[in-house]
Design a binder for this molecule. Structure first.
Ligand code: 5RP
Length: 231
């Protein structure tokens, strides 16, 4: 299993953002996760398309833009134009989720849908097969540095079972409280993409942290892949 590690720039030093992105890229990051918050849907304000455009100039890694904003349809085009590769929207903000996913696709980006910790998987029932990934929040969105909500593990397992049952290749991404201590159980439950902010950007050695997380995820996920191999 090759874990995809997506450092969240929410925890980076914004005064040195370009250097921070280069540093995690050189340290083995696979995607760059960009948290966009509007002060309405979540109680914090972060950044907009201009920062994505600046990030685009510093890295060739996929830019994974997580929209924690109301009315995301109004901004998807701008983020795509700024250089996003993947765009995820919260099911809680999209009354016309199918239309929003089509909008992401038609803007040239890969679509993801995000669920808050208390939002049921059933809201993915008629859209899952269109998605490149599902992001399961394992903290309530708005801030970095929170503790992983353990109930998320059953949700990851349940989503993995649905994906396998339907023969889909949809990736499961998990965001919130992912670190060297928690990544093993998160990987064992069936996660493909691990978003980590404070665990990486607050660590003294990005390379050691990312390689340690990848090794822990691979070791924990191994039994799951051995089971699949038996079929
Ligand atoms: O989406 C987010 C918050 O809404 C962040 O990406 C997430 O919380 C990552 O931070 P940390 O790894 O420090 O928990």
């Amino acid at each position: 299993m090759n874990a995809i590690i997506a450092p969240s720039i929410l925890s980076a030093d914004f005064a040195r953002l370009g250097q921070e992105i280069t540093a995690v890229e050189q340290a083995g990051a696979d995607w760059i996760h960009v948290d966009v918050m509007d002060g309405h849907f979540v109680p914090n304000i972060t950044l907009g398309p201009m920062v994505v455009e600046a990030a685009r100039k510093t890295t060739a890694l996929p830019l994974d833009v997580h929209l924690m904003i109301d009315n995301p349809d109004e901004f998807i085009g701008e983020f795509a134009k700024a250089g996003a590769d993947l765009i995820s929207v919260h099911a809680e903000t999209c009354p016309h989720l199918h239309r929003t996913v089509e909008l992401i696709e038609s803007s040239g980006c890969r679509p993801g849908v995000v669920l808050n910790p208390a939002t049921p998987l059933s809201c993915l029932d008629w859209i899952l097969e269109r998605l490149h990934f599902v992001l399961l929040m394992s903290v309530n969105p708005g801030f970095g540095g929170q503790s992983f909500i353990d109930a998320s593990l059953d949700k990851i397992l349940a989503l993995r079972q649905i994906i396998v049952r339907h023969g889909l290749s949809t990736l499961i991404q998990v965001d919130g409280g992912v670190n060297a201590q928690t990544i093993g159980k998160i990987a064992a439950a069936g996660t493909d993409v691990f978003v980590a902010g404070s665990a990486i950007f607050k660590s003294p050695d990005y390379s050691q942290t990312i390689s340690g997380m990848k090794a822990a995820a691979a070791e924990a996920a191994a039994p799951r892949f051995q089971e699949v191999g038996k079929d």
